[in-house]
Design a protein around this ligand. Sequence first.
Ligand SMILES: C[S@@+](CC[C@H](N)C(=O)[O-])C[C@H]1O[C@@H](n2cnc3c(N)ncnc32)[C@H](O)[C@@H]1O
Length: 271
Amino acid sequence: MNPNKALWEKGDFTRIAESMRESGEALVKSLGITKGLKVLDLGCGDGTTAIPEAKAGADVLGVDIAGNLVEAGNRRAKELGLTNCRFQEGDASNLQDLKDHTFDLVISIFGAMFAPRPFDVAKEMVRVTRPGGRIVMGNWIPNDPTLVAQILKVSAAYSPPPPEGFVSPMTWGIENNVIERFAGARVPKEKISFARDTYTFNFPGKPSELVDAFRKYYGPTMNAFEAAEKNGRAADLQKELETLFTSQNKSSNKDATSIPATFLRVTVVAG
Ligand SMILES: C[S@@+](CC[C@H](N)C(=O)[O-])C[C@H]1O[C@@H](n2cnc3c(N)ncnc32)[C@H](O)[C@@H]1O
């Protein structure tokens, strides 16, 4: 089994994505989607951005490595009666089923960053985008003080070291790495722009309950807890994450959670 696929099929990312829907909708509003725009949403999960893109009139294909999330996305699109949105399995490192220059917009919000072989990912995104089309990525930033980078940092301290040659997904949050990867796909740096943006996790429960959801349903956190349990340190990990989530919570209602997290927004003009 492909370990990248196994990681994301292990949990149920829908349970986390439900806290990210409002930010997904806001991000899509900023994209200037027009009717009939051909959009590829890569690493789409269950459609946090793909569904709003389709609601805005785009013709959307969502591609994700996790079969359970592709199924959930297709179910959501069907329930909403969206005939212009379909989801299929695929790997951002090798989009073999997709033809060159097919899409006006390729978007990947915290998706393609998790695929192995980042140079291949950049090449594939450029290959399937039509000349003059756009690629938009949302990438978490390493060592950023906000939530997601800190979850990964805390979790790493409880996990075995990654295998040799492993390239951290977080390197997609470093501008020079992004420039180098797209240079490998023949995109000059003048065609790449960067902005800091924010996603807010809104959850109808206490911060400790959101930690529980990560522990039960988010593959990378599930793995960190499994490693911590082997060393008898799961309670320490739980405590560290609860402290982190509580300290970042901006909700005025103590029984609810609202945590903003900063990411790097990358826009590339292809061709
Ligand atoms: C953090 S989730 C984000 C999902 C979605 N974009 C969202 O905003 O809700 C990461 C997603 O990337 C997908 N993914 C990871 N590796 C991938 C790969 N090699 N190719 C395609 N999708 C991948 C996972 O299955 C998961 O759905």
